[in-house]
Ligand binder design. Structure first.
Ligand code: KIV
Ligand code: ZN
Length: 388
């Protein structure tokens, strides 16, 4: 049975770039955009063109070089924003305007000093205005995570009528639980007239560490686009991580959902974004962290050496990592030592291994991690005769 496609909307260059201290210049953005295109993302949110002349320039240049993906520019529900975004994406093969407004009571009251009816009118007017420039208009209901479902459904219905092709339901503050976010998507699917004319999109923030879980709950409940960033970078605790959602769908085939992402480029893309943004990837980051395929405890190492699948659910090559690593520490056992010794040229017999292991433990208690040069030293200083 062929799988249903979930579109990947990458916002590394817009929401991701909002990370404090992470400024990219146009040249760096162009390199990242063409890598995202190669990776197979469906949409690249290139920036917020009205925000600065530099952002406008980056969005227009990205629009010209991207070959396959839709190129999208963000706007507020403001005519001038929409005009500037339309101009910036004019040369894109597939242009999209992403416009919207806050719909939670807190946004309506404190940000806009307005009321629900007026906000609904502004939403409709923004979509209609954006439709004058492009066919593909995505609407975001900012803070949808904390928006009353009945009102949210009314807004969605009205903007679909006005021509919105995608409905973005952001959990802007990362507040929702997966069950709640999934239920919101289900509610919209069941209660918005005309919903079949639009794609529901998940846009989740990670304030409670739930961005990925919420996005998956969203697609299980009918959303068909996920908005995410490389390495999960973004405002505050970040956005949904692209590599995580892609691999979750791939590792759970019974969900019958997949993306067009070439997963073998994930590790390299993660490194590229990390370097250009000057933002290190945490070592224990799922999929792309330096420890994601590293094993250091004796029991795990023994299992992985016997059969990789005992402690790995993903083949590292599938995400562009050459091989799993067996890290030698004082917690490692003989199997790991024999494995690593063999890699650097020592084929140890059982008796020899026992001897070398004693020496290894003394060394490992003094040093955090044993590297290849240490192995030579350990073997040499043990009392065995080795032919290598
Ligand atoms: O988190 C959010 O609500 C956003 C919107 C502007 C799409 O980033
Ligand atoms: Zn966001």
């Amino acid at each position: 049975m062929s799988k249903e496609k979930v579109q990947i909307f990458d916002t590394t260059l817009r929401d991701g770039e909002q990370v404090p201290g992470c400024k990219l210049d146009t040249q760096q953005k162009l390199v990242i955009a063409s890598r995202l295109d190669q990776l197979g993302v469906d949409v690249i949110e290139a920036g917020f063109p009205i925000s600065s002349p530099g952002d406008f320039k980056s969005v227009s240049e990205i629009a010209q070089i991207v070959k396959n993906a839709t190129v999208c520019g963000l706007t507020r529900a403001v005519e001038k924003d929409i005009e500037v975004a339309a101009e910036a994406i004019r040369n894109a093969r597939r242009p999209r305007i992403h416009t919207g407004i806050g719909t939670s009571d807190s946004h309506i009251k404190y940000k806009f000093n307005s009321n629900r009816e007026k906000v609904l009118e502004r939403a409709v007017a923004a979509v209609k205005y954006a439709k004058r420039f492009v066919e593909d208009v995505e609407f975001y209901a900012e803070d949808a995570g904390r928006t009353d479902n009945e009102y949210l459904a009314r807004v969605c219905e009205a903007v679909i009528k006005a021509g919105a092709t995608v409905l973005n339901i952001p959990d802007t503050t990362g507040y929702c639980l997966p069950e709640e976010y999934g239920a919101k998507m289900k509610y919209l699917r069941e209660n918005v007239r005309g919903i079949d004319k639009a794609i529901l999109s998940c846009h989740c923030h990670n304030d409670l560490g739930l961005a990925t879980a919420n996005s998956i709950a969203g697609v299980i409940n009918g959303a068909r686009q996920i908005e995410c960033t490389i390495n999960g970078i973004g405002e505050r605790a970040g956005n949904t991580s692209l590599e995580e959602v892609v691999m979750i769908l791939r590792q759970h085939p019974y969900l019958n959902l997949d993306t067009d992402i070439d997963s073998t480029l994930l590790f390299d893309t993660s490194q590229m974004v990390s370097q250009k943004m000057g933002m290190p990837v945490q070592p224990n980051k799922a999929i792309v962290g330096s420890n994601a395929f590293a094993h250091s405890s004796g029991i795990h190492q023994d299992g992985v050496i016997k059969k990789r699948e005992t402690y790995e659910i993903i083949n590292p090559e599938d995400v562009g990592v050459t091989e799993s690593s067996i890290v030698l520490t004082a917690r490692s056992g003989r199997a790991a030592l024999a494995y690593r010794a063999k890699k650097v040229g020592y084929e140890l017999t059982k008796v020899q291994l026992d001897e070398v292991y004693k020496e290894f433990l003394k060394f490992a208690d003094r040093k955090k991690e044993i590297v290849d040069e240490d192995i030579h030293q350990i073997v040499e200083s043990s009392s065995i005769e080795i032919e290598n």
